[in-house]
Design a protein around this ligand. Structure first.
Ligand code: ATP
Ligand code: MG
Length: 392
């Protein structure tokens, strides 16, 4: 029996003149992601996207798993396709639909005819489909007002499609529809989650990682590339920029008050990030900060680091507890990699008593002991870019 996927997208957000812009982005993204599962025809008709296998090598389960991660899709259903005659539809309903109704007490049958040449009205057809379900499952009841599941047949150009029930899609906005953002990606738990959350709102992710070789290792960097790869499940292709902060950190260590090490470093990080973002058409920075999680994430500390940035900084984890962030990290599959024990540049030369209520004047005074611009230029010159893709 031939099976296809039916994907629904959030119609409300796709209204008006922008509609085809969003739809095309969504289709392009789906085609890229589902390619891995085989040769499918992917097209839209009447606010539904159809994913149809073109040959026997297609893996519909794998296609469904991929589709579940595509933002902009709100629900996914499987359907069987049969010939457009009532005997075939009746038999297919009996054979195919019961698997979706285990444990279900009430249903309603519904029919739609895109192909108006079909020689039955929609209510007549719905009646036949309902009868087929009742024949296969005598204990289930019909409930026209509040059915648990709707069993639907659609008469379309290529055949009759029969389906029942849906699973939830990833929701959110089609990738790319909100522009491009630069994710400051450490090896930790929070920043991959932040990237996922912004990708969900339609932001294509580009990443920037700071290393501090030899204080941080090659393996720490590999771990970050692995995290970027895992994030490609949600943002198909991620360019990862890597910048060395070694010289900056050594200068801060040698010349500045220890209590301010982290804050000073973070101001360099944000300055460099903005530079990378502007060069690569990213309209915002994204970090995994969560209010009060550590000394550098108090309200005052954040305002000190934000003072050097002239573009929006998105911090989607800001209101989350660690447990909530961990829950998302597990769901998106980054957690196990994030907890691998490699050092991060932020944990090199950490102050024993970091300031939680820093004063900007004091920070600027410490910073003036350094040649800020020259250090930024030097660090920027170490930039290396690695392309990470979903099918690498
Ligand atoms: P994470 O779990 O993402 O590492 P964290 O709670 O450990 O976050 P910090 O180390 O203070 O927090 O970093 C806060 C944010 O700064 C991170 O979420 C990330 O966006 C950015 N960041 C920290 N270290 C790096 C790094 N080495 N390279 C790029 N960005 C970094
Ligand atoms: Mg960290």
């Amino acid at each position: 029996m031939k099976e296809v996927l039916l994907l629904k997208y959030g119609e409300l957000i796709l209204k008006g003149a922008n509609r085809s812009y969003f739809e095309n982005m969504l289709l392009r993204e789906l085609k890229t992601r589902i390619k891995r599962a085989g040769n499918f025809d992917i097209y839209k008709a009447q606010s539904t996207i159809y994913v149809e296998p073109l040959d026997d090598s297609c893996d519909l389960d794998a296609a469904l798993e991929s589709a579940k991660k595509v933002f902009g899709i709100i629900s996914i259903g499987r359907a069987c396709v049969c010939e457009k005659n009532i005997d075939a539809i009746f038999a297919a309903t009996k054979e195919y639909i019961p698997q979706f109704l285990t444990g279900v007490k009430t249903f309603k049958a519904d029919a739609r005819r895109a192909d108006k040449t079909f020689p039955m009205t929609s209510p007549e057809l719905a009646g036949e489909v309902g009868a087929a379900v009742l024949e296969a499952m005598p204990r289930i009841k019909v409930d026209l007002d509040h059915p648990e599941v709707v069993v639907r047949v659609e008469i379309r150009e290529r055949g009759a499609y029969i389906h029942a029930g849906q699973i939830r899609g990833a929701g959110g906005m089609p990738l790319g529809s909100s522009g491009r953002g630069l994710l400051l990606l450490s090896g930790g738990i929070d920043s991959p989650v932040a990237g996922y959350m912004m990708a969900k709102r339609g932001v294509t992710i580009e990443a920037l990682h700071f290393e501090s070789f030899p204080y941080t290792s090659e393996r720490a960097k590999e771990k970050v590339l692995e995290l970027a790869k895992l994030l490609c499940e949600y943002s198909t292709r991620i360019r990862v920029h890597v910048i060395s902060l070694t010289r900056i950190q050594e200068e801060i260590r040698d010349k500045c008050d220890e209590d301010y090490f982290t804050l000073l470093l973070r101001r360099f990080m944000m300055t460099l990030a903005e530079k990378v973002a502007r060069r690569n058409n990213c309209g915002a920075l994204i970090t995994g900060e969560s209010l009060a999680q550590v000394a550098s994430q108090t309200m005052r500390a954040i305002s000190v680091t934000d003072a050097v940035v002239n573009m929006p900084v998105f911090r989607p984890c800001i209101g989350f507890d660690k447990e909530e962030i961990v829950e998302i990290a597990r769901k998106i599959g980054t957690f196990e990699t994030s907890i691998l024990p490699y050092e991060d540049c932020c944990t090199v030369f950490t102050p024993r008593h970091p300031r939680t209520r820093p004063e900007i004047e004091k920070v600027e005074a410490e910073e003036s002991k350094l040649d800020f611009d020259a250090l930024v230029d030097d660090a920027f010159a170490t930039l290396d870019t690695i392309d990470v893709r979903i099918d690498d």
